[in-house]
Design a binder for this molecule. Sequence first.
Ligand code: ADP
Ligand code: MG
Length: 349
Amino acid sequence: MNEFDFIESLRSQANSRRHSTRVLTGIGDDASIISEAAGRDLIVTTDLLIEGVDFHRGATPARLLGHKALAVSLSDIAAMGARPFWSFLAIGMSREEWKTNFKDEFYEGFFALADRYGVTLAGGDISETKDGIVIDSIILGEVASGAAVKRSGARPGDQIYVTGNLGGAAAGLKLIELGASVELGSPGAVFPSPAVRGWDDDAIQTLLLRQLQPQPRVGWGIVLGEQQLASAMIDLSDGLSSDLNHLCKESNVGATIDAAAIPLDDDVRHLCGRRALDPLALALHGGEDFELLFTVAPENVSRLPKKVDGVTISRVGEINNTSGVIRIREKNREWDLQAQGFEHFSRST
Ligand code: ADP
Ligand code: MG
């Protein structure tokens, strides 16, 4: 199959879904035409995924990579309080990879997640690389004009919340580094390397999927944006310590976090108990959980739903006016929380 045959197959897959009548011209012309809607702001995000840097090819089934490429961008749209509509995905791979069924499985994973949220593949690009896979995932979404939830809106007294549980994705990455791999199609079937043999297979499976198949909090993003509940929001891609720091800097505020309130993943507790690792450290500094971190003004707290799409939230702290300083409290100890999450080109490496 050549490039144009493959684009034609993507075109018919995208067109058969009919998620968006506003794509006037999608795949098949030099550019896509999308009809604008009055009274709404367009929200656009892009994410680059590079083999060997953002994912390990050997540990990442193609279907899960297709899911993740879309999921990371959906998470950014959710973090703006927006509703996702259209995806543009550019992908480069080697000639050898092109001949395998990688691309078909990749798009299976992509379309499965896109269908869940009614997202239309409206365009993209394909190129050959000398070596390795490169993916650029772009999503366009919308909010009511002026309703986007920015990082800069947090005010002293606002309560800090996170969706879901933290630390699972970082634990999953550690498992991958120890040689564990996920077996698709047979839930619970994992083939750990000797280093991890004997661990609870279900816990390992769950944590690997937390890393390889993150679930973007699209529903929460829409609710928090449309009902104007969040004063500021960011998604947890680099780690709570880093992402809260970004939010506080943009808002020119500080925060205090209550260690006991941080929702730790049960499987992470289990894993850490056996490895003498600190689950709190994974939850604070481990990245890629793709949960939402948001702040809520005191008068809006009672309007927060308990659950959206089955996902709960936890109140983890409060915003204060000590600009740029984040403190964490555990029993009767309190210390500065330094940003230690993931950073490309970080000064220390
Ligand atoms: P160009 O020379 O402008 O890059 P292409 O032949 O790559 O043209 O693209 C033709 C059409 O196919 C465009 O509508 C483009 O958006 C679409 N397309 C190309 N690659 C992909 C892809 N990976 N996914 C979705 N659409 C694609
Ligand atoms: Mg092209």
